[in-house]
Design a binder for this molecule. Structure first.
Ligand SMILES: [Zn+2]
Length: 407
């Protein structure tokens, strides 16, 4: 039997069940404690019931302790379909948690009561990340039901805490289990484009810096008695623009193709007009091409700060607020070809590899040495009011995943 024909009709026959699982998941909000929620356990239990019913059990758990939620832990669920080969698992990782609905008046329906409107499912979480979660579940269930033995073992990983830092999610799984290793491959269907033609293989390194400029406060009418931290800080902001010339390499995989250094947040200083500010605090958001060394960026920043200290008599303290980097997955990696072929067969589009500005959970897997692609065909409504997904994308993505499992 032609694998794609059999899989397509198997998945299409599950259409109503997939919508039903979407509805059930939407009705159980899984918000992390930082977002004012009780975590993911209720949603996890529901999912486990479905996994068992679809013949995908037994499951394993790699729960992360978290005293802030009623169960005291955040669940991470793993199910596997044994493959023909011993070594290397093909992982599909999705997340159970959601973000809050945001302003209620912007929603046309209750965010936790899924609405069907033609090809659209509407509700908080239906796209981010339930479209892919449900697709992966039914892809695996159909592969199993058809008796197709995948070459590699297939692993479905359902994680917590994606929206609030992943410390209790994929980071915990990587740190505390030996489930994932460098012989594995991974698909993270948690970002994408409406045509499904972008396979993300690389992220820029992220570095957020906080600058505290300290001078000497005094009355604004006698500036000679103080040192104006705001004025010195303003010169510092302008001089930091020099980073763009110093790290000017380009890589066409990325859009924009260069490293970016952007002054962003500014903390308020003195509340009144007639005080010369003795302290000035601002932040820089840096997205650096993987080929550049973050240590060198820090050295350059240090040199610029020293110049401002010298010229203005201030002290500049630099703190790293956030820093992450991961090696890119090669555009020639087998996982890229596998996913690209499946996309072509299902959607008839030629997907290109891209790099992004950074910030997906794929980076944690790449950092662990696992070739990882981030892909899905989505409407890009995540985190918005009236979030929706297309049933046709959910079915199509399930078929892409099933094909990637059996190839
Ligand atoms: Zn997501």
């Amino acid at each position: 039997m032609d694998a794609i024909k059999g899989l397509r009709s198997a998945i299409n026959s599950k259409r109503d069940e997939m919508i039903e699982l979407q509805r059930a998941l939407t009705a159980v909000p899984a918000l992390g404690p930082q977002n004012g929620g009780e975590g993911e356990w209720k949603k996890a239990k529901l999912l486990i019931t479905w996994l068992d019913r679809l013949g995908l059990g037994p499951h394993e758990l790699a729960s992360a302790p978290d005293p802030r939620v009623p169960e005291g832990e955040r669940p991470n669920i793993i199910v596997t379909l044994p493959g023909q080969e011993k070594q290397g698992t093909f992982w599909i990782m999705t997340h159970m948690d959601i973000v809050p609905p945001g302003e209620a008046r912007l929603w046309e329906s209750d965010p936790y009561t899924m609405v069907i409107n033609g090809d659209r499912l509407i509700g908080r979480g239906v796209e981010d990340n339930q479209q892919s979660l449900v697709a992966s579940v039914f892809a695996a269930a159909c592969v199993k039901a058809l008796g197709l033995r995948p070459r590699r073992t297939v692993g479905l990983l359902f994680v917590s805490d994606e929206e609030t830092g992943s410390v209790h999610g994929v980071q915990h799984v990587l740190k505390t289990t030996r489930l994932l290793g460098s012989h594995d491959l991974a698909l993270v269907p948690d970002s994408g484009s409406p045509q499904g033609d972008e396979i993300e293989v690389a992220e820029k390194s992220i570095m957020w810096l906080k600058f505290t400029v300290t001078g000497k406060q005094c009355h604004a009418s006698t500036p000679e008695k103080g040192i104006n931290a705001f004025e010195a800080g303003s010169h510092l902001v302008v001089r930091l623009g020099g980073l763009r010339e110093r790290f000017a390499a380009t890589d066409r995989l990325f859009s924009p193709p260069t490293s970016t250094f952007v002054p962003t947040r500014k903390e308020t200083n003195v509340p009144n007009v007639n005080t010369l500010p003795g302290e000035d605090i601002f932040y820089l958001d840096s997205r650096v091409l993987p080929r550049e060394d973050l240590e060198q960026v820090m050295q350059e920043v240090g040199g610029i700060c020293a110049g401002v200290e010298r010229d203005f008599g201030v002290r500049v303290q630099v703190e790293v607020v956030q820093k992450s980097s991961s090696p890119p997955t090669s555009p020639d990696a087998p996982i890229v070809a596998t996913v690209r072929n499946a996309i072509r067969q299902v959607y008839g589009v030629e997907a290109s590899t891209i790099g992004i500005g950074g910030g997906t959970v794929g980076a944690y897997l790449r950092a662990a040495g696992i070739p990882t692609v981030v892909w899905s065909r989505i409407e890009e409504t995540a985190h918005q009011p009236n979030e929706y997904c297309l049933v046709s994308n959910m079915l199509g993505d399930a078929l892409v995943m099933a094909l990637a499992m059996v190839r």
